[in-house]
Design a protein around this ligand. Structure first.
Ligand code: ZN
Ligand code: ZN
Length: 330
């Protein structure tokens, strides 16, 4: 399967997908029942490839990789260390797997790579002058510990009754329904956190660090300033208000922790096997890294469309973005 089937090269030789970015039918008006069913069960769609595996991962983490809840009744450094070690391993496995496959083994070379260049190994704007080392450092030294703080705080809250627990044997339907809520909380929370981070003073002291990555790779995903990590993971606090089970909290926390890897691969499609290309569709976030003030969220909720910051990758959308800039005098 060749690249030209799905896109073209721009004047600089970088790869541009042909299809405009779209949101899927979850919030389409008038409703499109047929498209909705196809999107919900299809591939790629709502359930697969990501939401079911992330829910199963959360169940696995809760059952096998989390100490019993009663241990969290008192705050203890040793339980914090256990959760931190587990999250570090999880992050290295997920970010490392994407990075090894696409950037070390270069399994598909630059096929479907938005920016044909490889990460900068000698650029002063990065910590250690190296993009990958910079990204790994901020992910593992700040991102994972702050993710762990939120998780331990919520486990402590569940253990002490400060967060209301939904018991699966008493309320099985509610328990299952909450899994469907998590991807929405993830997306909407990310959108508002991200817009806040683009407020100029906050951008300068925090979010700028993430935006060093104009040509992102998997490890760029969680490479953020500690202030940004505190804001980014704070959507987990919703479980102080919404009754749920620790599994749902872990579902949200672990998604926030590892899903940025897939959103920052820098590739539009994954070549799986000889001639199959899996549609990864992260062009929206790539454009955010390229143009900064477009596409604060990507996924199923058309927030950027509603708030006027959408860039679907077409020349028309590009002109609209330039016109917005002109109006603001930039
Ligand atoms: Zn990003
Ligand atoms: Zn941003």
């Amino acid at each position: 399967m060749s690249e030209s089937q799905f896109g073209r090269e721009d004047a600089r030789g970088n790869w541009v997908p042909d299809r405009p970015i779209s949101y899927g039918p979850a919030f389409a008006w008038p409703p499109q029942p047929k498209a909705l069913v196809k999107w919900f069960f299809g591939f790629p769609g709502y359930l697969l490839p990501w939401n079911i595996p992330y829910a199963l991962l959360a169940i696995f983490i809760w059952v096998y990789l989390t100490p019993p809840l009663e241990h969290f009744q008192t705050m203890s450094l040793s339980w914090f260390a256990v959760i931190l070690a587990r999250n570090i391993v999880l992050a290295i496995l997920v970010y490392g797997a994407w990075h090894m496959w696409l950037y070390v083994w270069r399994k598909q070379d630059t096929e479907y790579k938005y920016n044909r260049k490889w990460p900068d190994e000698n650029a002063e704007r990065f910590t250690f002058n190296n993009q990958t080392k910079d990204n790994m450092f901020w992910t593992l030294a700040s991102g994972v510990p702050i993710w762990t703080c939120y998780e331990v705080l919520l486990l402590w809250a569940y253990a002490n009754g400060h967060a209301t627990m939904v018991n699966p044997s008493e309320n099985p339907l509610g328990f299952i329904a909450l899994f469907f809520l998590v991807p929405f909380v993830h997306e909407v929370g990310f959108y508002f956190a991200h817009r806040f981070l683009h407020w100029p003073p906050l951008y300068r002291i925090a979010h700028q660090l993430h935006h060093r990555n104009t040509n992102p790779g998997p490890w760029s995903g969680l490479s953020m300033h500690p202030i940004e990590h505190v804001i980014y993971f704070s959507s987990v606090l919703i479980f102080f208000i919404v009754p749920a089970h620790p599994i749902h909290m872990i579902n949200l926390a672990s998604r926030l922790g590892v899903a940025p890897a897939q959103g920052h691969t820098g590739f539009d499609r994954l070549v799986v096997g000889e001639d199959a290309s899996m549609d990864a569709s992260y062009y929206a976030h790539y454009l955010h890294h390229k143009y900064f003030e477009v596409n604060y969220a990507d996924g199923m909720v058309p927030l950027d469309k509603w708030f006027g910051s959408f860039h679907d990758g077409t020349p028309e959308a590009h002109e609209a973005m330039k016109a917005r800039r002109r109006r603001r005098g930039v």
